[in-house]
Design a protein around this ligand. Structure first.
Ligand code: HAM
Length: 403
């Protein structure tokens, strides 16, 4: 009886929303084409530097993000999607990939031949306030190198980040690489006699420097006396100086030493960096990363040094749009077969198979709809096809091209 049904949509306006969950995206084919182009470009460039792809599940035990050393307090306290599973385990949808890759490296540490160069393109989840360049779900290219704590490794990872942007067609003057060194900052804090808490508070304050207008006042509160960071350019023989020189030798000059680049994660111990669009249109970083010496130490007594970065798809797409850069592969040929009667469907399939066989890469699709030929031609044009073939009794093969 209809009255027993829990819902009777046809009788009410109580339909489900067609919107996705707040802050996440649906990828219709046109978005997916852009997404695929971004992923393909990421993979191609990263693999050309010798990085191998890995992956893992989006589910991780919540403890992975709570352990001391892996912590980004803002992410853990306010931004993780954490739930209890049916077996009473606390589970988190991964908000970043670095703890996962550190876990995977530690697990196979004895078998791996270092330096290890790995990359991944995970889907990540953070409960953020959705805004331009920030969503609750994004995909992030992660490139990391383990087992080499050298200036050359720092230079390579930053050069890879730079090359990724060039391979999307960007010019170096469109973006800026902001670099700092956590170790350098910490030395400075040690000279001041800061406790660990004071150092962290100062890093956090520096992170917000551009957003506040009372930096000096706040810095004095933390230091307990007037405080001047007193750092300007790094000495040429310092780690940061050497990294900058190495990048310069590779022709990479769009770098800037930035004392307010501190990165939000506790695990960074050395060189840290972020890349920004300089157009003023996008104020979120395109990518961010750095060296982390002790993260695999959460899992084993003998930590392996790592350095890497994460680059998000949301900010990447915004950057491409802002600078009018290509957002798709050059289109492959797409031919639509148009049978004029139902009994020609099979003939259309045979011709389609032939064309695909003889022209690798050509897309051939068939319009089986029972409608007038001009309507089918119009539909093919709307789909962005490059041409069509009308199958009739006499001549089934000639391709008509759209302008
Ligand atoms: P992160 O700075 O949190 O670093 O994120 C890196 C990049 O991911 C950002 O620059 C941005 O492009 C993108 N991103 C982050 N959060 C969002 C969001 N809510 N919506 C859209 N895009 C976002 C990390 O995650 C480090 N684990 C990176 C790393 C790898 N460090 C070493 N290896």
């Amino acid at each position: 009886m209809p009255g027993d049904l829990p819902y009777n949509h046809s009788m009410s306006n109580d339909f489900l929303s067609t919107d996705p969950y707040k802050g996440v995206r649906d990828f219709y084919p046109e978005d997916m084409a852009i997404q695929q182009y971004i992923f393909d470009t990421w993979s191609k460039t990263t693999e050309s530097f010798g990085y191998e792809r890995y992956d893992a599940s989006v589910l991780e035990p919540a403890s992975l993000y709570k352990s001391k050393g892996a912590v980004n307090e803002e992410i853990v306290n306010d931004q993780t999607y954490t739930f209890t599973d049916r077996g009473d385990r606390e589970v988190t949808l991964r908000p970043e990939m670095t703890p996962t890759v550190a876990r995977m490296i530690a697990k196979k540490q004895k078998e791996l031949a270092f330096p290890v160069r790995w990359y991944s393109i995970p889907n990540l989840f953070r409960y953020e306030r959705p805004q331009k360049g920030r969503l609750r779900e994004h995909w992030q290219l992660n490139c990391d190198m383990f087992g080499s704590d050298t200036v050359a490794a720092d230079v390579e990872i930053i050069a890879l980040a730079h090359q990724l942007l060039l391979d999307f067609g960007a010019k170096p003057e469109m973006f800026e690489i902001r670099i700092n060194d956590r170790a350098w900052m910490n030395e400075r804090f040690e000279q001041e006699g800061f406790t660990h808490e004071q150092s962290n508070a100062m890093l956090y304050l520096l992170d917000r420097k551009a957003k506040i207008d009372n930096f000096d006042e706040e810095a004095e509160k933390i230091a307990g006396k007037p405080f001047d960071l007193g750092l300007s350019d790094p000495a040429p023989d310092s780690r940061l100086g050497q990294v900058l020189a190495g990048l310069m030798q590779l022709g990479i000059n769009n770098t800037k030493v930035s004392l307010s680049t501190v990165r939000g994660f506790d695990y960074y111990t050395g060189v840290i960096f972020e890349i920004f669009d300089v157009s003023g249109e996008n104020n979120r970083s395109l990518l961010g990363g750095g060296r982390y010496d002790n993260l695999t130490g959460l899992f084993s007594a003998d930590p392996v040094s790592g350095i890497g970065f994460g680059m998000g798809d949301v900010t990447m797409r915004d950057f491409l749009e802002t600078h009018n850069l290509p957002m798709k592969k050059t289109k492959s040929e797409h031919i639509v077969m148009i049978p004029t009667k139902p009994d020609q469907d099979n003939k259309a399939q045979m011709i389609a198979a032939l064309i695909r066989q003889e022209n690798a890469g050509t897309v051939v699709s068939i319009d089986y709809n029972d409608r007038q030929v001009p309507k089918k031609i119009e539909a093919a044009r709307k789909k962005g096809a490059s041409g069509y073939i009308v199958i009739d009794e006499t001549d089934g093969h000639s391709i008509q091209r759209f302008e």
